[in-house]
Design a protein around this ligand. Structure first.
Ligand code: GUN
Ligand code: ZN
Length: 484
């Protein structure tokens, strides 16, 4: 079976693409709901009717189940689960790392997954705990890599073998793991052992780990974030370059009476209204659902429907070039997500390089947006403008040929020639009332222009309110400008 990943659209570090597994194709970013054959509240076929193109289940459960083992070996996974789309099987590494089991080997799980007709096979990787020490993480990583290689050598067809990136909390190990995995030329590369981080809201650590792993993987790898199923984090994970997610959250939260939304979860008992338009919420009131015998099933349905909707929303945002706006909204729903978002904006500039140069709009939503990719790109463009010896920078948009090169000013970008007024990002940016951060960032743009044109003399006609701030930024070049 072949595996190929094609990127169609990009925004920030996020991609909309197509993952082809044999003759099946799924759109990415994709959500793979986790299926437990013993406790399946929503039939996979019903999920397919909601737009689910791939699911994930646990080979370990099948191999241990009296009810399912033989049946699945004979009929195959797709028949038993009644799902025609892509089925990924996990090796159960995670369960083994928690419960321990000496009887399962890498070779056993690989050949079992192959025999039951899995579309994406996962080796018995070792999910190193984020608390583990360096030497443990390093050793686990070696074992994981050797098991991936063993998979390549023993599977008759290893193109759809997933190659997990481990390395615990150590960023150099994550990067090394990713580089090693990348060299094996397998299409699907999951980032593993991040569940404990997400469970304890350590999104800041998650950002560093994903960044380190991504830095070692080529753009053509389809990256799965193992165990990430909460819709509030999809925008961030996609912005960092993750393409596949698996959700057990929809079912686990339902079991616990919790109601998922893309901006956090609620206890059903705390809700007075269902504002969600899904089929469950539009036909029940919270107190009714709370008393229903089908509570868990109905709640799981709602949880999965909102999770699917969020994946679609993220895909649409990438297509429209408005992922920054969605990201901003989502990451304000939890303080740890906000910290992670700020860390992501602050440090990761390299991933911007591949995004679209022109987008539908730029909607400034607060000071974090001063560091958006579009601002960074615009500032690097300012280094290359060719201008006259005489330059007028005017905030009032009035200037003529006698003034030399004329630039208007739009924060957070900075100076722009009037010809660019209709082009992205100047033209398509929606900027509310100017605030200090955006003007300061615009002033940094101005500084770049002055700095790169030492032979030009600048006259800056700026609004009195901002004069001091502009001057603070550009004062090292005092000899080259006057502010009027
Ligand atoms: N599920 C969640 N995390 C992991 C992981 O690191 N490896 C595997 N195989 N499954 C997982
Ligand atoms: Zn709903």
């Amino acid at each position: 079976m072949t595996a190929a990943f094609e990127v169609l659209e990009k925004d920030i570090g996020g991609r909309v693409g197509k993952l082809k597994i044999g003759d099946k194709t799924i759109r990415t970013p994709a959500l793979l709901p986790v299926i437990n054959p013993h406790f399946q509240v929503i039939p996979p076929k019903m999920m397919a009717s909601w737009g689910v193109e791939a699911i994930i289940t646990n080979a370990y459960i099948f191999s241990r189940s009296e009810e399912y083992r033989e049946k699945t070996l004979i009929k195959g996974l797709h028949d038993v689960l009644d799902f025609p789309g892509v089925i990924m099987t996990d090796s159960g590494s995670f369960q083994l790392s928690v419960y321990g089991d000496v009887e399962v080997t890498n070779a056993m799980t690989l050949s079992f997954q192959e025999k039951i007709g899995s579309d994406i096979i996962v080796p018995l990787d070792i999910p190193t705990s984020p608390d583990a020490e360096y030497n443990v993480a390093e050793n686990d990583l070696e074992i994981t890599l050797s098991r991936i290689k063993e998979g390549i050598s023993i599977l008759p067809d290893s193109a759809t073998l997933a190659a997990p990136v481990q390395g615990g909390r150590f960023l150099d190990l994550r990067k090394k793991a990713a580089e090693n995995v990348d060299s094996l030329d397998l299409t699907i590369c999951p980032i593993g052992a991040v569940v404990p981080l997400m469970e304890s809201y350590r999104y800041l650590d998650l950002v560093s780990i994903v960044k380190a792993a991504k830095s070692g993987l080529s753009q053509s790898r389809c990256v799965h974030l193992f165990g990430a199923g909460h819709p509030a984090m999809f925008a961030l994970a996609v912005a960092m370059g993750c393409d596949l997610f698996d959700s057990a959250a929809y079912a686990l939260y339902a079991k616990d009476g919790r109601y998922l939304t893309p901006h956090g979860s609620y206890h059903l008992a705390d809700l007075r209204e269902f504002i969600c338009p899904c089929r469950v919420c539009s036909s029940h009131a919270p107190e009714e659902l709370l008393k229903s015998l089908d509570k868990e099933k109905l709640l799981a349905e709602h949880n999965l429907l909102v999770t699917i909707a969020e994946i679609k929303r993220v895909r649409q945002a990438v297509t429209d070039g408005v992922l920054w706006e969605l990201l901003d909204e989502r990451c304000r729903s939890h303080p740890s997500l906000l910290s992670a978002y700020r860390e992501f904006i602050r440090t990761d500039k390299s991933i911007y390089k591949s995004e679209a140069v022109s987008k539908r709009r730029f909607f400034y939503k607060g000071s974090e947006h001063c560091a958006r990719s579009e601002v960074i790109r615009y500032h690097s463009m300012l280094e290359r403008f060719s201008i006259d010896e005489k330059v007028l920078i005017t905030f009032d948009k009035k200037g003529d040929r006698d003034d030399g090169s004329v630039f208007f000013f739009k924060p957070p970008f900075g100076p722009y020639p009037p010809e660019l007024r209709e082009t992205f990002p100047i033209g398509q940016s929606e900027i509310p009332t100017w605030d200090e951060d955006m003007v300061r960032t615009g002033a940094k743009g101005l500084k770049i222009l002055i700095q790169n044109n030492p032979d030009s003399k600048f006259t800056i006609r700026c609004d009195g309110n901002w004069k001091t701030m502009i001057e603070e930024e550009i004062s090292p070049y005092r000899a080259n400008y006057e502010i009027i």
